[in-house]
Write a new protein. Structure first.
Length: 165
């Protein structure tokens, strides 16, 4: 299988599974454990390292490695869109209501007024839809992939041939 496709699918599947782990454990309802969601960044970086090692063997230099990592992230992002929609519409259809309730409780403990809480919740509602969440996952995956690939490709790229040695 093409290493770009393989790495993209690997990243997408593993990043797409992590929210399900958080869902089935109930971590997404816990304000502290909710931060564990960002494990997906590590998953993506490890997947990019693996994939860029494969593409470096094809003789790719820095720019070509960044492009390969970007394509890996696009493929992963498409998988993540599907996974996210499945998560929020089929397996956890009350996800957004539960997140809003958790946010309300956190703000109440912080001593915010009901007006402040209502304003904060109202401001967050446009992102509280399955498609908005899925597209945010795609965008985050793409941006992380481009930035991480640029950094990773500084180290992992084809070694130049030294004709004098």
């Amino acid at each position: 299988m093409n290493p770009i496709l393989a790495a993209g699918l690997l990243i997408g599947v593993f990043c797409g599974l992590w929210p399900f782990i958080m869902g089935f454990t109930g971590w997404y309802k816990d304000p502290v454990m909710m931060n564990a969601f960002f494990v997906v960044i590590l998953v993506e970086v490890f997947g990019l390292v693996w994939g860029l090692r494969q593409t470096a063997r094809q003789g790719r230099g820095w720019a070509s490695q960044v492009l390969a990592g970007t394509f890996m992230s696009i493929i992963a992002g498409v998988v993540i869109i599907g996974s996210s929609l499945l998560f929020t519409t089929v397996f956890f259809p009350s996800y957004f209501a539960e997140i809003e309730q958790m946010g309300r409780e956190v703000m109440q403990r912080q001593g915010k007024s009901e007006t402040e809480i209502a304003q904060a919740l109202e401001a967050s509602r446009p992102m509280a839809t399955p498609m908005a969440q899925a597209l945010a996952g795609f965008t985050g995956t793409l941006i992380t992939g481009i930035v991480a690939s640029a950094a990773i490709a500084l180290v992992i790229r084809a070694k130049p041939v030294n004709p004098g040695a």
